[in-house]
Ligand binder design. Sequence first.
Ligand SMILES: Nc1ncnc2c1ncn2[C@@H]1O[C@H](COP(=O)(O)OP(=O)(O)OP(=O)(O)O)[C@@H](O)[C@H]1O
Length: 224
Amino acid sequence: MSFDVRIRKHVEGGGRRFDLVVEFRTDARRTVVHGPSGAGKSLTLQAIAGLLRPDEGTILVDGQPVFDSASRVDVPARERRLGYLFQDYALFPHLTVRQNIAFGLTHGWLNPSRRDGGAAVDRWLQAFELERVAQQRPHQLSGGQRQRTALARALVNEPRALLLDEPFSALDPDLRGRMRAELDTLLDRIGIPMLMITHDPEDVERFGDRRIRLTDGQVTTSSV
Ligand SMILES: Nc1ncnc2c1ncn2[C@@H]1O[C@H](COP(=O)(O)OP(=O)(O)OP(=O)(O)O)[C@@H](O)[C@H]1O
């Protein structure tokens, strides 16, 4: 599993301009892109996920282009087969755990008969010990159950890698420590490669088999 990212993106708003010029390659099982606030981490992750279109460059996943400005390749996010774990987990408050996970299935939500997701959802409910809370809504869950639900939703389509956007930044310090340990264990168990963005040195320490530092829109340090 590898990511090969060579992109440029210019953004401006509110009278400010920002140039992202990022180049890196990684084939580590766990890669962390880190750096201070405003360094361009989110823009980079969104470009890899297919949520932001670079002005130019290439993004290869496992050697296959998901974006290539020269040959006009821009694979839609849904077809990149990358699971995305949002910063605050972005669970739907009015849906149950089961329905939130089923939402991750491609087209699952468009087809009412698949609203409950069937066997694929059962598998993740079981794997992450969520069966007992399958009919509950996010506000009725513990922090760990919420994280596992979001992770299950990101995994239910069997992505080739997971993209994690600052997964612990919204949590208080105590919960953050526990969620970090839990994610560490779960990632080991499911064995799926991941790329995480974070500004937290403890995430870098724990998940950074490969570390890429961004400062002001550019890679400033890259270590194995
Ligand atoms: N849609 C946008 N329009 C204009 N400017 C943007 C847009 N998105 C991001 N920026 C700017 O680009 C820069 C990089 O933003 P980005 O969100 O990638 O940083 P970050 O490293 O993820 O920061 P943080 O750790 O605070 O989330 C910032 O200066 C931000 O203000």
